[in-house]
Design a protein around this ligand. Structure first.
Ligand SMILES: *Cc1c(COP(=O)(O)O)cnc(C)c1O
Length: 381
């Protein structure tokens, strides 16, 4: 019998019988293990007890054959890409990637002789024109940062299958609760587990989920590069992950309520949230996702002065980068995630200097709304 994700998060992949009867998975703080009938067990090989329980659980969450917990989201992304692509190959990448991924594919990967073309993942008519005899893979994100666009995910899966490409998706923003990317047909689903999967802003980790063959290839690549998650961080991630469904329901609900409030407020010029009917891909998000997630971005009618005054006045959210924790965070992408771009590149990407990004935590929505209301009421328009 297949259980729902709430039950999978608690029970799937756990050792049975429990180790020494312990209800909670103990921390095996040991780099290596005695020889037995198993292959060499070593933390860098990603086959020690605290890693194995997470690998089993992560796979089940997206209906994948296998999964791998990694030392960071970037380890998952770079390890997966380097296991799929070799010098001379060509990658199609969505034109609005997470900053770290954008930097990797344009610098280190380029130095290795792997070419990349950035494409509009919402415009299928153009995709064929990017294909070369060396194109091997296509890479997208389930919800983009910071404009929260939802590209033609179904089209990408069919295009990859028809063209013999490996399809990879960064599913960090949606999480397996809102979108099971592997079940939807992606070959590899990648996560920064630093964000929602762990949910408590107290560690850095990542995950790779997908077909057995592709996950094993990533595992071999990462044996060379390192980047394995240590047992204590595995324990924390395991504990955090078990409440993913509870947390995501609250993130989905509070962000939706806050987005509706903000969209109707006269101090906002634009609110980006896939749950709003004003969102360009709202229908697709409603069809594909189990919820619209915890991320919102907005522009204020008063421009940059208003944005600065707002971030100064608002009390509950912490002014900090990153996302996906129990506490609400706000940041201006122009000075954080997209500070590495030139002003012109940011303008091309539609990221204005006054854009504010909000990671809505699990505080009561009414308290967040009241706080945003007082802050918006006190800013220049
Ligand atoms: C944070 C993030 C990453 C990088 O993850 P780390 O855990 O910081 O290495 C990759 N993709 C997305 C969408 C992210 O938000």
């Amino acid at each position: 019998m297949t259980h729902t994700i709430d039950t999978q998060l608690v029970h799937a992949g756990e050792d049975g019988p429990r180790i020494a009867g312990a209800v909670r998975m103990p921390i095996f703080q040991s780099a290596m293990f005695e020889h037995d009938d198993n292959p060499l067990r070593y933390i860098r090989y990603n086959n020690t007890p605290n890693q194995l329980v997470l690998n089993r659980k992560l796979a089940i969450l997206e209906g994948a054959e296998e999964a791998l917990v990694t030392g960071s989201g970037m380890t998952a992304i770079t390890g997966a890409l380097l296991s799929v692509l070799k010098p001379g190959d060509h990658l199609l990448a969505q034109n609005s990637l997470y900053g770290g991924t954008h930097n990797f594919v344009t610098t280190l990967m380029a130095d290795l002789g792997i070419a990349v073309s950035f494409f509009d993942a919402d415009n299928p008519d153009t995709w064929e024109s990017y294909m070369t005899p060396h194109t091997r893979a296509v890479y997208v994100e389930s919800i983009t940062n910071p404009l929260l666009q939802v590209c033609d995910l179904e089209g990408i899966v069919s295009f990859a299958q028809a063209s013999g490409l490996v399809s990879l998706i960064d599913n960090t923003f949606a999480t397996p609760y809102n979108y099971r990317a592997v079940e939807a047909g992606f070959d590899l689903s990648l996560h920064s587990a630093t964000k929602y999967l762990n949910g408590h802003s107290d560690l850095v980790a990542g995950a790779i989920m997908g077909s057995g063959e592709l996950v094993r290839r990533s595992k071999n690549t990462l044996k060379h590069l390192g980047g394995a998650l240590d047992p204590h961080a595995c324990f924390l991630l395991h504990r955090g992950m078990q409440t993913l469904a509870l947390r995501m329901r609250q993130h989905n609900e509070s962000a939706f309520a806050l987005a509706r409030f903000l969209a109707e407020h006269s101090a906002t010029r634009r609110v980006n949230y896939p749950g709003l009917t004003s969102h360009a891909q709202h229908d697709r998000a409603a069809r594909l996702f189990n919820g619209f997630g915890g991320m919102i971005s907005m522009e204020l009618t008063g421009g940059l002065d208003a944005a600065l005054a707002f971030t100064d006045r608002v009390n509950l959210p912490i002014l900090a980068p990153s996302l996906g924790g129990v506490e609400s965070l706000i940041t201006r992408p122009a000075i954080s995630s997209h500070a590495g771009l030139t002003a012109e590149e940011r303008a091309d990407a539609g990221i204005r200097d006054d854009l504010i990004r909000i990671s809505v935590g699990i505080e009561a929505a009414q308290d967040l709304i009241a706080d945003f209301d007082q802050a918006l009421g006190a800013i220049p328009s």
